[in-house]
Write a protein that binds this ligand. Structure first.
Ligand SMILES: *[C@@H]1O[C@H](CO)[C@@H](O)[C@H](O)[C@H]1NC(C)=O
Ligand SMILES: *[C@@H]1O[C@H](CO)[C@@H](O)[C@H](O)[C@H]1NC(C)=O
Ligand SMILES: *[C@@H]1O[C@H](CO)[C@@H](O)[C@H](O)[C@H]1NC(C)=O
Ligand SMILES: *[C@@H]1O[C@H](CO)[C@@H](O)[C@H](O)[C@H]1NC(C)=O
Ligand SMILES: *[C@@H]1O[C@H](CO)[C@@H](O)[C@H](O)[C@H]1NC(C)=O
Ligand SMILES: *[C@@H]1O[C@H](CO)[C@@H](O)[C@H](O)[C@H]1NC(C)=O
Ligand SMILES: *[C@@H]1O[C@H](CO)[C@@H](O)[C@H](O)[C@H]1NC(C)=O
Length: 498
């Protein structure tokens, strides 16, 4: 069995097709937006602005500029004369408002530090579209060519420099934040633009998930272990289910039977579609295995994997494997009980931006190891990966470019020698922690790791249900950031004799 190509697991915070699923959260068109959720502090409001951005920072071709959307709040800012800091969230692959409302931590820190908060949107996502519209921007490989991490970082550098000039805030220190791909951008930006930002909090940032830096099976092993730690019989049932599905699918009308068992809206075209749908559920569950109920990707209970396994294990003795699995994944896909039927076709919009990035720079090899994974077995096959990219986009990936551009293979010695003021935070339940920095590298390149945390949990707003280890992780982050700012001000004062 092979892993059907298309890059189903996005690094992404996001499941495929964020727009369609997320609209209810967003209040897309309101200028001042207050999220409706159960956070303690939902006090964040922001102004939406647009900045005329350069399409290609690395040539002098005269492309038309495009409006880059950014969110800004200066309510708590100490102002330019007091060198009030600027907290810059490095937007990732989706609508920036959605990231803003899911990054409560930054908003909560702003008043403590007298900081301005800025959330620029990543090019080619949300409303930030070159060429006037999404359709034009996503037309073909030439128009997508400027969707790269390097261009996005240059956007943030240009925007923040211009913004500081407009506020006469050249002396204000910038602190970077980011989660997931945004966390990778934050860490890379600190390294590439040390004159622009004094430090970075990179949460769940898998900057090592490239080439062979980490074992290729780490991601799916972590997902699998998250299930195994709840219950070995749950793990075993899921592991067995792939053969059962294959067996049933091969019978006469077998695919129809599967479609009925799993309450699919339409026909099941191939077994692989069902495999991928299930795999997505398990992988996303591992990412959002948060200690309290959340609505990050889907409305879910606290520690949702425990609930999934209760369903899978709890079904009466003798209930068949497929019914158990169905009840389990229903916790993910139908927690609210409102789903009439399930659509497997997750990406009605066709090309997604992350697929393009995965087909050019962000080649993250992954496999599933029969010995340790609860998934079916597959090897990473670059040839078929590249074929898929050629068929989809007419582009050939450059799988070694990221490590050439940003490093990775010898990250410990490089960070130790040339890096400073970076926090890599991770929760070990998060499968992306396998490709992240989880060891301290130096006094100022620090790993803050929680055993029971999941995907950039620390960036979320504080809640009354936060366990102590999470409160402590955030407190440690605040202390480190305060240290960076204190150092900065001390140096400035010495220079200007202030
Ligand atoms: C939210 O705003 C209100 C009114 O300005 C204030 O009293 C309250 O302390 C704020 N809450 C938080 C958590 O900042
Ligand atoms: C992509 O689309 C643009 C705009 O329509 C067109 O000018 C260009 O030739 C196309 N490029 C390719 C490689 O098809
Ligand atoms: C800075 O001000 C100029 C002039 O008003 C404006 O065009 C530009 O968009 C501003 N920059 C930012 C980052 O908002
Ligand atoms: C979702 O849950 C509700 C309530 O349990 C149930 O009636 C409905 O059939 C479920 N939807 C699907 C697609 O299974
Ligand atoms: C699985 O385990 C067996 C026995 O320990 C070992 O020989 C084999 O190489 C392992 N396979 C993988 C893919 O790790
Ligand atoms: C990898 O994929 C290519 C292209 O689909 C195929 O020809 C080749 O046999 C595959 N390699 C392995 C080891 O499965
Ligand atoms: C890294 O060092 C900090 C102290 O600066 C400590 O709190 C933390 O636990 C260490 N991280 C790891 C992964 O050992």
């Amino acid at each position: 069995m092979t892993k059907p190509l298309f890059i189903i697991i996005l690094i992404a915070l996001l499941p495929p097709s964020p727009e369609s699923r997320r609209l209810p959260f967003l209040g897309k068109h309101s200028r001042l937006h207050k999220p409706q959720n159960n956070l303690i502090s939902n006090n964040y409001t922001y102004e939406i602005r647009y900045f005329q951005q350069t399409l290609d920072h690395f040539t002098f071709h005269d492309f038309p500029k495009f409006p880059q959307r950014y969110l800004i709040n200066t309510d708590h800012w100490a102002g330019p004369s007091r060198m009030g800091p600027i907290f810059l969230y490095c937007g990732n692959e989706g609508d920036i408002e959605w990231f803003a409302v899911n990054t409560g931590f930054v908003w909560e820190l702003a008043p403590l530090f007298g900081a301005m908060v800025v959330f620029p949107e990543h090019r080619y996502y949300g409303e930030t579209m070159p060429y006037g519209s999404r359709d034009e921007a996503y037309k073909n490989a030439s128009t997508l060519a400027h969707l790269t991490a390097e261009q996005a970082l240059a956007d943030y550098a240009v925007l923040i420099t211009d913004l500081k000039r407009n506020f006469s805030a050249e002396a204000s220190p910038v602190v970077l934040f980011g989660g997931s791909y945004g966390g990778m951008l934050a860490a890379w930006m600190r390294v590439k633009y040390p004159h622009i930002a004094i430090g970075a909090l990179a949460s769940s940032a898998p900057i090592l998930q490239f080439e062979d830096i980490v074992p290729l099976d780490t991601f799916y092993n972590i997902v699998s272990n998250d299930f195994r730690r709840e219950s070995t019989s749950c793990f075993d049932t899921i592991k067995k289910s792939w053969d059962v599905i294959t067996f049933v699918g091969r019978k006469v009308n077998g695919l129809d039977h599967l479609a009925k068992t799993f309450h699919l809206c339409g026909k099941l075209k191939s077994r692989d579609d069902l495999f991928n749908w299930l795999e997505s559920a398990y992988s996303y569950l591992a990412m959002v295995d948060y200690p309290y109920p959340s609505e990050f990707l889907m409305p879910l209970p606290a520690y949702p994997i425990k609930e999934v396994c209760k369903e899978i294990d709890g079904s009466a003795e003798g209930t068949n494997v497929l019914d158990r699995i169905f009840k389990g994944v229903s916790v993910y896909y139908n927690y609210t009980g409102k789903a009439d039927c399930f659509e497997l076709d997750d990406d009605p919009h066709g090309m997604s931006g992350w697929d393009w990035q995965a087909c050019t720079e962000m080649v993250m090899p992954m496999s599933s190891n029969k010995n340790s994974s609860m998934f079916w077995e597959w090897d990473y096959n670059y040839t078929s990966y590249a074929e898929g990219c050629w068929n989809e986009f007419g582009v050939i990936p450059r799988p070694t470019w990221i490590t050439t551009e940003f490093g990775g293979h010898n990250y410990k010695s490089v960070f130790k020698t040339f890096g400073s003021n970076i926090i890599f935070s991770n929760g070990l339940l998060d499968p992306w922690s396998g490709g992240s920095v989880v060891e301290n590298i130096s006094d100022s390149v620090v790993a803050l790791v929680t055993e029971k945390g999941a995907h950039h949990l620390d960036l979320r707003a504080a809640t009354a249900e936060d366990p102590d280890w999470l409160v402590e992780q955030r407190a440690a982050e605040v202390k480190l950031i305060k240290g960076w700012l204190d150092d900065y001000y001390t140096t400035k004062k010495a220079i200007f004799n202030m």
